[in-house]
Each structure stands twice: as C-alpha cells, then as structure tokens.
Write a protein that binds this ligand. Structure first.
Ligand code: AMP
Ligand code: ZN
Length: 112
C-alpha cells in the first residue's frame, strides 16, 4: 500500500538509498532532513497512511512506538520526546504518518 507521489513512500522503498537507523518489515527510521534537535529521527510505517486519523491497526501503532523506543536506546538517549503532528494546524507538513523522536538538548514545554 504505497502512494506514488509520496516522498516517505519512496524513502521506505529504498529509492533514495536513505540510511535507516532501524528497519523491519513494517517500519523504518531515518534522520530528519531539517533537524530541530541534535537527535531528530522520523519513524514511519512502510505502508502509506496520510496521518494518524487514517490508521486503525493498533498493532502497527504500537510497533511504531516500540521502534522509536529501540532507536532511542540504540542512540543512548535517556530523555527524549515523541511527537505526531496531525493536520496542518498542528504542524503536519508531510502527509505520510510519522513519529518524531527528538532529543539531545533541553526540550521546553509547552511546544510552540
Ligand atoms: P511534520 O511537519 O510533522 O509533517 O514533519 C515532517 C518532517 O519531515 C519535517 O521535520 C521535515 O524536516 C521532514 N522531512 C521532509 N522531507 C524529508 C526527507 N526527504 N527526508 C527526511 N526528512 C524529511
Ligand atoms: Zn507515503
């Protein structure tokens, strides 16, 4: 299930030879191109979902979080933040579901 003009579908397919920090049959993780923190990784499902609103597969949702946890451990991040922006007003700019893993600096709260 991929969307032809979706950059993240192309990334997960290996079309751009992106380095994956984690990959398995359902998800991949790679560095954000415009990092907002010393560590900024995106974790995405291989299948295309426009946003969190389109996904009902609880196992896959759980798998994304587990993958994020694995990446955080692999990078030695003790403190970190996971973010899913849903919809333009919440800052979503790429419409292929992704989980941001941020860390490596103090992260203020509330976010902007
Ligand atoms: P969001 O604004 O939550 O939709 O997040 C989209 C994120 O994807 C932003 O942080 C972008 O910097 C990042 N991004 C966009 N295109 C790419 C790309 N080709 N490779 C890696 N990260 C990307
Ligand atoms: Zn996609």
């Amino acid at each position: 299930m991929s969307s032809r003009n979706c950059e993240f579908c192309k990334i997960q397919s290996g079309e751009y030879n992106t380095e994956f920090l984690f990959e398995d049959h359902r998800v991949v993780a790679f560095k954000d191109i415009n990092p907002q923190a010393p560590v900024h990784i995106l974790i995405i499902p291989r299948d295309h979902f426009d946003s969190l609103k389109q996904i009902n597969d609880e196992a896959l949702i759980g798998h994304l979080f587990t993958a994020a946890k694995t990446v955080a451990e692999k990078l030695g991040l003790t403190d970190h933040r996971l973010v899913i922006n849903t919809g333009p007003q919440a800052g979503q700019s790429v419409f292929h579901l992704h989980l941001h893993l941020l860390g490596g600096r103090y992260l203020g709260w509330p976010p902007g």
